[in-house]
Design a protein around this ligand. Structure first.
Ligand code: GLU
Length: 338
C-alpha cells in the first residue's frame, strides 16, 4: 500500500470543521508541570476554536501504571479548569477511554495490517538488536531493525494461527521513503523511518499492544484531528504517520510543546516532587496562578492569574516557542506571590 500524503488541512481556515483534540496521559504518577503545560495547550487550542476534547487513559503498560493515578490526574486537570466532552467520568461515543479495555480494536487493526502484508511475526529480541549495535555505527539506542532479518513471508492465514504467533513480537514493515510533517511548534520535520528505527514492534512478545499502535488506532477511531503533546514524543511521530496511512486514515496535525526542565536544564523527573500539580495545589497555589504561569510559558500574551477559559479564548499555537521551559525550583512560592 503506498504511503500517500494526506490532503493538506489548515485547522485555522474558516471553513474547517471544528477540531478534535485530546490529552492521553499514562497513569504512572501525578501530572507534573510539564504534563500540565501539554494538557493546557491541547485543551485550549481546540476549545478556543469550538472544538471537541477527549481525555484518554493510556494504561497499557501494566507494570508502570500506578493505582489511582488516572483518577488523580483527571481531578488535577479539572482543578486547573480543563474539561472534556469524552473520557473518564463523562463517557462518550468512543468508549471505553481506558486503553486496557480496547484490546479488540488493536487486534482488528493488526489483522488488517497482516492482510495488507505490513506485519510480520518476529523472534528477534531487543538484546539481539543490541548485539548488532556493538558494530561501529551503533549509537546509544537500538540500531534500526535490519530488513535482512525479516522472515520469509509467512503463509496466508498466519495471523489467525496461534502457533505462528507464539513467542513472537509483531512488527510493522516499514516501506517507502522519508516522512515529513509540519509541526505547528517545531516546524518542518523529515524522518526516514527505515534509517531511524526500521520495522517496529506493534505487539510485544508478551502480547501487550505497543504504544505506537494503540495511540494511532485510538486517535483515528476517536476522530482526533490535532495532537498537541510533549516534545519527548516528537520522534514517535513519523512512525505514527506511517501507521495511520497504512490503516487507511489521515494523520492529524501535530504540535509538540516544549519540555519543562529544572534549573539544571534536565527534564523534570520524580526527583522534582514539588513540581506536580497536586503538590502545588497542596502548597496553597491558586489554579489561576498556575494557569497564568503555564500560559506565559506557552508564549501567550497576558500576565498574572488567568482562568483556563480565558486562555482558551485567545490561544494561538503559533505563539508557542520550541525552546525548553525552565521551571523555578521554588515555583510554589513564586506562584503564591503572583
Ligand atoms: N501516553 C503518553 C504519555 O503519557 C502520551 C501519548 C500521546 O500523547 O501521544 O507520555
Amino acid at each position: 500500500m503506498p504511503d500517500r500524503p494526506a490532503p493538506p488541512s489548515d485547522p485555522r481556515s474558516a471553513d474547517a470543521a471544528p477540531p478534535v483534540g485530546r490529552f492521553a496521559p499514562s497513569p504512572t504518577g501525578d501530572l507534573h508541570v510539564g504534563s500540565a503545560l501539554a494538557a493546557l495547550a491541547a485543551w485550549a487550542s481546540v476549545r478556543g476554536r469550538g472544538g471537541r476534547f477527549v481525555w484518554r487513559v493510556e494504561d497499557l503498560d501494566g507494570p508502570r501504571a500506578v493505582a489511582g493515578a488516572a483518577e488523580r490526574q483527571t481531578e488535577d486537570a479539572r482543578w486547573l479548569g480543563l474539561d472534556w466532552d469524552e473520557g473518564p467520568g463523562v463517557g462518550g461515543p468512543h468508549a471505553p477511554y481506558w486503553q486496557s479495555e480496547r484490546g479488540g480494536l488493536y487486534e482488528s487493526a493488526l489483522a488488517r495490517l497482516a492482510r495488507a502484508g505490513r506485519l510480520f511475526p518476529c523472534a528477534v529480541s531487543r538484546s539481539d538488536l543490541r548485539d548488532l549495535a556493538s558494530a561501529p555505527h551503533g549509537g546509544p539506542g537500538l540500531p534500526p531493525f535490519p530488513p535482512a532479518l525479516r522472515p520469509a513471508p509467512p503463509a496466508d492465514g498466519w495471523f489467525e494461527d496461534p502457533e505462528a504467533r507464539a513467542d513472537r513480537a509483531l512488527r510493522f514493515r516499514v516501506d517507502g521513503g522519508p516522512v515529513s510533517f509540519d509541526d505547528r511548534v517545531v516546524g518542518f520535520v523529515e524522518e526516514d523511518v527505515r534509517q531511524t528505527t526500521g520495522d517496529f514492534v506493534l505487539q510485544r512478545r508478551d502480547g501487550v499492544t505497543a504504544y505506537q499502535l494503540a495511540v494511532v488506532v485510538d486517535d483515528l477511531a476517536m476522530g482526533v484531528t490535532e495532537v498537541v503533546r510533549g516534545r519527548d514524543l516528537l520522534d514517535s511521530t513519523a512512525r505514527q504517520i506511517l501507521l495511520a496511512r497504512a490503516l487507511g486514515g489521515a494523520e492529524p496535525v501535530y504540535a509538540h510543546v516544549p519540555l519543562a526542565v529544572g534549573a539544571d536544564g534536565e527534564k523534570l523527573s520524580k526527583r522534582d516532587e514539588g513540581l506536580t500539580v497536586r503538590a502545588l495545589r497542596e502548597a496553597g497555589v491558586a489554579p489561576e496562578a498556575l494557569v497564568g504561569w503555564l500560559a506565559e510559558a506557552l508564549g501567550q500574551p497576558g500576565a498574572g492569574r488567568r482562568a483556563a477559559a480565558d486562555v482558551a479564548a485567545s490561544f494561538d499555537l503559533s505563539r508557542v516557542r520550541p525552546e525548553p521551559v525552565t521551571v523555578p525550583a521554588r515555583l510554589a512560592a513564586h506562584l503564591r506571590a503572583r
